[in-house]
Design a protein around this ligand. Structure first.
Ligand SMILES: Nc1ncnc2c1ncn2[C@@H]1O[C@H](COP(=O)(O)OP(=O)(O)OP(=O)(O)O)[C@@H](O)[C@H]1O
Ligand SMILES: [Mg+2]
Length: 270
């Protein structure tokens, strides 16, 4: 299993694929009394060229993406979402950035050294994504799992754009990606993010503060400016990539209510 990392969290479910798509017989185990049925059939497609040799018609599972800045509450919500899905008999698999067995450790080391160009770093992240796409996401969807992605290509694209990389080149690069069944973006202001990150980690992350971009020598100023730029990049993708924006500054329960409604709609059409 991949090593737990700051960037995300991913653990395959223990449940068998065959259990994943059967009709939910148990009553929802929490206050969310929404109907849980077998996932609707949908035609999975790639954004661009995709991966060779993949028959998208066989991908019967569902892909749900949570996007948002560091400290926006993704892990908090994913924990609840996975409990809810599994409590209702649907197997869930989690993936996230810097989780591949192929390059995650090398990527970590490269970041520590901080000597790679933006393009090389971008390709490193793309490799990490491609490895998970090929070896976790696609096989899990083929087996009928519900895949929950703690960040997806949108964070990677936004990071590249903010670093001045050619938009079309980046967009083409991620043409390999599958189009998710739903994408949720947790919208939290940079100042709120600072508070949450400081209370959680006691520090701000060098990369999530954009310190490599040279916006400011002060990590707090850099964080605010970088996160503003990231948000602008996300908002520029909202329509094209069909993000559902959730106000992440609401209480955790209120965020969860909105998320569950969206997930239920995306997966079960309920
Ligand atoms: N809706 C909320 N309101 C207030 N605080 C929250 C909310 N959701 C999460 N938090 C708190 O904010 C901090 C960050 O939450 P969480 O770890 O879920 O975010 P994350 O997006 O996964 O962060 P990271 O990028 O570090 O993985 C935690 O201390 C968590 O308890
Ligand atoms: Mg997290």
């Amino acid at each position: 299993m991949p090593i737990e990392r700051k960037d995300d969290m991913s653990q395959p479910s223990k449940k068998s694929p065959s259990k994943g798509l059967r009709r939910g017989r148990r009553k929802p185990n929490d206050r969310h009394q929404l109907q849980v049925e077998a996932p609707l059939a949908s035609e999975s497609r790639f954004y661009g060229q995709g991966l060779p040799g993949v028959n998208t018609e066989t991908l019967t599972g569902k892909l749900i993406v949570l996007e948002g800045a560091d400290g926006s509450g993704r892990s908090t919500q994913i924990r609840k979402l996975v409990d809810w899905l599994e409590g209702n008999g649907h197997a869930a698999v989690q993936v996230g950035i810097k989780r591949s067995t192929l390059v995650s450790e090398e990527l970590e080391r490269a970041q520590e050294g901080n000597i790679l160009s933006h393009t090389t770093m971008s390709l490193f992240y793309a490799t990490d994504f491609a490895d998970q796409l090929e070896n976790i996401i696609i096989p899990s969807l083929s087996a009928g799992f519900i895949v929950i992605a703690d960040r997806y290509i949108y964070t990677l694209m936004a990071r590249d754009w903010v670093r001045g990389m050619n938009r079309q080149w980046v967009t083409n690069l991620y043409g390999m990606a599958l189009i998710p069944d739903a994408v949720f973006y947790l919208n939290v202001s940079p100042t709120q993010l600072i508070q949450r990150n400081l209370s959680k980690n006691k520090t701000l992350d060098y990369w999530e503060s954009g310190m490599d971009v040279g916006l400011s020598r002060d990590i707090f100023d850099s964080f605010v400016e970088y996160q503003k730029r990231m948000k602008k990049a996300f908002m520029s993708m909202q329509r094209t990539y069909r993000f559902q924006v959730i106000d992440g500054e609401q209480s955790s329960d209120a965020v969860y209510d909105e998320l569950i409604r969206g997930v239920n709609q995306a997966i079960f059409g309920a």
